[in-house]
Design a protein around this ligand. Structure first.
Ligand code: AMP
Length: 215
């Protein structure tokens, strides 16, 4: 089984992906995290990707497709996996199918209005350990300090107002067409992502029950 989390930046794909991952025992695979790791390690892929990431654009399809091909070939994906932030274009979705068309697939689209996304992303603070906080809704116990590891919280460079606007523009232009793509495939559903985290999680799980048998 593969669960694809669709939805604009800031819609909660990472948070919901982690909860779903724990629930079903599947790894969450985020192309954003994979790319940030490449940037952090200063690899040639990272150096190339950084330009697009800093400006709010998309990294080349070929680069992310290859990254995903390698990642989903690993052992921990045997039972299933959750994709967060991939595919982001129709060619990426076609390539995913080409890599592995046999895998059962369901697409959960987390919908949030643009105004809410700008508020959320501007207030988002992240830790290098992967924990995510929100300066208004999910404040850390000590300001700017990670509750999980004590690390220093920062605002992601691409969570600045101009870059957020560009990421949303790119989402509407290049990623939103995937809604029609997957609707036509018949494996798509959407949930209201503006509710609180547990309500959104319950809504996704309830719809996933049509696809995934639970013990
Ligand atoms: P995210 O953490 O999902 O918000 O991704 C951060 C940035 O990484 C995006 O704004 C893109 O520049 C890049 N990125 C992540 N996933 C993809 C993808 N599937 N295709 C192209 N670029 C991506």
């Amino acid at each position: 089984m593969r669960i694809i989390l669709l939805g604009p930046p800031g819609s909660g794909k990472g948070t919901q992906g982690d909860l779903l991952g724990e629930h079903y025992g599947f790894p969450r695979i985020s192309t954003g995290d994979l790319l940030r790791a490449e940037v952090g390690a200063g690899t040639p892929v990272g150096l190339e990707a950084k330009k697009a990431m800093d400006s709010g654009g998309l990294v080349d399809d070929d680069v992310v497709n290859e990254m995903i091909r390698r990642r989903i070939g690993r052992n921990d994906c045997g039972k299933g996996y959750i994709l967060d932030g991939f595919p982001r274009t129709v060619p990426q979705a076609e390539q995913l199918n080409a890599i592995n068309s046999k895998r059962e697939e369901v697409v959960a689209d987390i919908r949030v209005a643009d105004e809410r996304l700008v508020e959320r992303l501007s207030a988002r603070r992240v830790c290098s350990c992967g924990a995510v906080f929100h300066a208004i809704n999910r404040r850390p116990q000590i300001e700017d300090v990670c509750d999980a590891c004590g690390g220093r919280l920062i605002r992601r460079g691409d969570d600045s107002p101009e870059v957020i606007r560009e990421r949303l523009r790119v989402y509407h232009e290049l990623t939103e067409p995937l809604i029609v793509f997957y609707r036509q495939k018949g494996n798509y559903f959407s949930v209201n992502g503006e509710a609180d985290v547990q309500t959104v999680f319950a809504a996704i799980r309830s719809k996933l029950k049509d696809w995934i048998l639970e013990n």
